[in-house]
Design a binder for this molecule. Structure first.
Ligand SMILES: Cc1ncc(COP(=O)(O)O)c(C=O)c1O
Length: 413
């Protein structure tokens, strides 16, 4: 009977766009204009009353504080006439240009750094892998076995850093979570740059290790912090990004190596945005500084940016990789990387090494953009102009307005 009632009301509401109506009811409730129970038309979710000792908010998804906050921000943007810049639908492969709703745009919102996503050779490799292996690995590699292309990719990635081995996970984000969560525990400490990526913070939470952050790119502060606290912990991990994903600057690798050696710590570098971007042939931070890959304990990277795929990797000594292959939940209890994605990433990696002019062109374009942006009065923060250059507007509102205006002019950013 209840279902029938919901159906009838929903049908009537559909004439006035039920989704929008439900959302505006929610927003009104959040803003305190109407209480949810007063609202006679609040028919979208009908439930039996929860036990009175349990606050209703603890039993409802539409009363999660984070969700309410997002709805209020969206309502504010709608009232100001701002276009939602999120979840834009692209009509094809996204590179320096893209098509959105039939119009061509210059595109600055992508990490397809070397234009390899959509490259004919990369596409062909993925198609051949599908024809040979199908679209999925169908199970965990540990228990159900491998496809040669998965190991080939790992060996090629290890070769970039001249380290012993590499393990590939199905997601870059999950790579950080699972690796940090597996290797460190409550007696350990993880010290990270203050601008480190969310996936690292989630991994530290999972590990139960103590967490400290040091001011962005300030190795003197890191050194002083370790001098004070190192002795209180068993294992200590220092973690930085090779090229900061929002700020576009890089850390001083030799200073970090010196610090990790003096204090007896592990050093991990997240190369998500360095691979394909830094160094003469795109091998990343160590190539940029001409430092041996072995000097860093844990190299992490993703397949989703330069390598035109999806997944993440850890490269380093054999014991590290083998341990993760038998112990990291994100590897042991998760499917192996899909063969077409492994094949695409491997083909992209080979192209990157074969055509270093792609890397130098990217670096030249980045430098030119940085120079012009500065000349025109934009605040580009600490960007070094390799590939990531923020134009810091000062608030989310101003940034959205700027993005809206540029969109009108055929620029997606
Ligand atoms: C620094 C950094 N690490 C890890 C990740 C996660 O990688 P993925 O998007 O491939 O899951 C990202 C994603 O943008 C990142 O910027």
């Amino acid at each position: 009977m209840q279902t029938g009632q919901i159906g009838n009301k929903t049908d009537r509401m559909s004439k006035v766009n039920p989704e929008q109506k439900a959302r505006s009811q929610l927003i009104n409730r959040i803003l305190g204009k109407k209480s949810h129970t007063d609202d006679a038309s609040a028919t979208v979710t009908v439930r039996s009353k929860p036990r009175s000792s349990i606050p209703e908010a603890w039993t409802r998804f539409d009363q999660y504080p984070g969700y309410e906050k997002m709805l209020v921000s969206r309502a504010a943007a709608d009232r100001l006439g701002l276009r939602n810049p999120f979840f834009i639908s692209h009509d094809g492969a996204v590179g320096a240009r893209t098509r959105i709703e039939g119009r061509e745009y210059l595109n600055f919102s992508s990490y397809n750094y070397l234009g390899l996503n959509g490259h004919a050779i990369v596409n062909q490799a993925a198609k051949e892998a599908i024809d040979h292996y199908g679209s999925s690995a169908s199970a965990s590699r540990l228990v159900a076995g491998e496809r040669p292309v998965q190991r080939e990719l790992e060996q090629a990635l290890a070769g970039l850093y001249e380290v012993e081995d590499c393990i590939v996970f199905v997601s870059g984000h999950a790579t950080n979570i699972s690796t940090i969560g597996t290797l460190f525990g409550p007696k350990d400490l993880v010290v990270h740059d203050s601008l480190i990526h969310n996936s690292v913070l989630e991994g530290i939470k999972l590990s139960g290790a103590a967490r400290r952050s040091f001011p962005h790119n300030d190795s003197t502060a890191l050194d002083a912090m370790l001098a004070e606290v190192r002795s209180r912990f068993e294992r200590v991990l220092i973690i930085v990004e090779g090229h900061y994903s929002m700020d576009g600057d890089i850390p001083d690798l030799s200073a970090l190596i010196d610090i990790k050696r003096r204090h007896g710590c592990f050093l991990m570098v997240d190369e998500a945005h360095s691979l394909g971007v830094l160094g003469k042939t795109g091998k990343g931070l160590h190539e940029h500084f001409n430092i041996a890959g072995k000097a860093v304990d844990i190299w992490m990277g993703t397949l989703s940016k330069t390598l035109a795929g999806c997944g993440g990797y850890i490269a380093g000594e054999r014991a590290l990789v083998e341990h993760l292959k038998y112990a990291a939940p994100g590897f042991v209890y998760s499917v192996g990387i899909a063969p077409p994605l492994a094949a695409a990433a491997l083909a992209a990696l080979k192209l990157m090494l074969k055509e270093p002019e792609r890397v130098s062109r990217l670096q030249e374009n980045g430098q030119l953009f940085l120079e012009m942006a500065k000349k025109n009065g934009f605040n580009t923060g600490s960007s070094q102009g390799f590939a990531i250059i923020p134009a810091i507007a000062g608030s989310s509102f101003k940034a959205t307005k700027l993005s809206n205006k540029l969109f009108e002019h055929g620029i997606n950013v």
